[in-house]
Design a protein around this ligand. Structure first.
Ligand code: GMT
Length: 377
């Protein structure tokens, strides 16, 4: 198939899933065309069958901000015309599903192949952004106008049906990881780079937005390090990072926190960690948690979110209601203080992740869905 993919190119779950999917599809012989304003974050090396089409963002004094939505739609139509796309797969409803609809309108007079539009919902496009009253109608319209819609968890599909009163089927295709890269022992980095002998390494990866509850991460870690020697490894960047640093200073934790910023290859670092913290307010899936599990790192996170579909509570991690940092820290300590249990959780984490979410299980689900949408005419 010839597949167009549009996503946000910056570090963030939806862009990462789109990029990994494009790479996997290209490996499986499809021709994949990325259309975005910058080269996606993890698309950092040449690969056969993979192409990139940049979108210009032209500024003009009259525009409050450059109308990216319009230039993106025009570029989508252009790529569809030139490469005869079978499918245009957009990740994140706003504005990508709307742009795809516009592109389709631009292609109305085109005699060649008309691409099918598939929208994948990732989470904040529905739970936060999409349900903002000013985005509600446009999001609902764009989902309904897509030829096919997928969501990364049942939790998100249900939420979309509820909030947007969508009647069409939303296919659940969970996120996935490349088992040849995300595994417990890669030999790429060693614990000694982060911790002294006898210390534990607690990791957190996010875009440091309020929804991630960075303060809870620090609070859980603080409680842990008061009981056992430990260091906190922070990966990613975002608006709450400055406040987080202040909090770390205030609690006198400076010497115990290591910050690496955005890393395009977290699989090199994650296997060094003992535990992963994801106490988010909202999480449609929790890709970073899955990548941690795949590297053999148990997860402490929040129940009542899509994490319940990823983390097996009591088996490869523990889930608690949002904000319950005390029991989260106690659960972490329960593992760190029991070497046999920690080893069991680590082994189970990697095994469960591989059995349920490896690329060879999930990517064919996307291929099959593309085919179903194409066959539907
Ligand atoms: O987590 C974020 O805020 C980034 C966001 C995105 O779209 O880039 O992530 C969402 O999509 C990821 C990939 O499907 C999911 O794993 C995350 O759970 C989801 N984030 C939220 O729901 C908060």
């Amino acid at each position: 198939m010839v597949i167009g993919i549009t996503c946000y190119p910056v570090a963030g779950g939806s862009g990462i899933v789109a990029t990994e999917l494009g790479q996997q599809l290209a490996q499986r012989g499809h021709q994949v065309h990325f259309i975005s304003y910058a080269l996606p974050f993890r698309l950092d090396r040449f690969q056969k069958n993979l192409f990139y089409h940049g979108v210009e963002t032209t500024s003009y004094p009259l525009f409050k901000s450059p109308p990216y939505t319009l230039t993106l739609a025009a570029r989508m139509a252009d790529v569809a015309r030139n490469f005869e796309l079978d499918v245009l797969h957009v990740h994140y409803a706003i504005p990508h599903a709307t742009c795809a609809f516009l592109a389709k309108q631009l292609l109305r007079d085109f005699d060649g192949k008309q691409p099918k539009i598939i929208t994948t919902l990732h989470g904040t496009d529905i739970t936060l952004v999409g349900s903002d009253p000013s985005f509600y109608d446009m999001t609902r319209f764009s989902i309904n106008a897509s030829d096919g819609v997928t969501a990364v968890s049942k939790y998100l599909a249900d939420e979309t049906h509820d909030v947007f009163k969508i009647e069409k089927e939303i296919r659940v295709v969970p996120n996935f990881f490349d088992a040849s890269r995300f595994k417990p022992k890669t030999g790429e980095c060693s614990r000694e780079e982060f911790v002294n002998p006898g210390e534990f390494l607690i990791a957190h990866v996010s875009n440091f937005r309020p929804v991630k509850r960075t303060f809870d991460v620090i609070d859980i870690f603080d409680r842990i390090q008061q009981q056992v020697p430990a260091r906190l490894l922070l990966i990613g960047e975002g608006p709450d990072m400055i406040l987080a640093r202040r909090q770390i200073n205030k609690r006198g934790l400076n010497g115990r926190v290591i910050s690496l910023g955005n890393q395009s290859r977290i699989e090199a670092v994650l296997p060094c960690a003992d535990l992963f913290l994801m106490p988010s307010e909202e999480e449609s899936f929790g890709l970073a948690a899955l990548e941690a599990l795949a590297c053999g790192v148990p997860v402490i996170g929040t129940s009542g979110t899509g994490l319940v579909e990823v983390v097996e509570d009591g088996t490869n991690g523990f889930l608690f209601p949002v904000g319950r940092t005390e029991p989260m820290a106690q659960a972490a300590l329960g593992l760190l203080n029991d070497a046999t249990k920690l080893k069991l959780f680590k082994d189970t984490a990697a095994r469960c992740a591989r059995e349920r979410f490896a690329t060879d299980i999930i990517v064919p689900q996307y291929e099959q869905y593309y085919q179903e949408v194409l066959d539907a005419g």
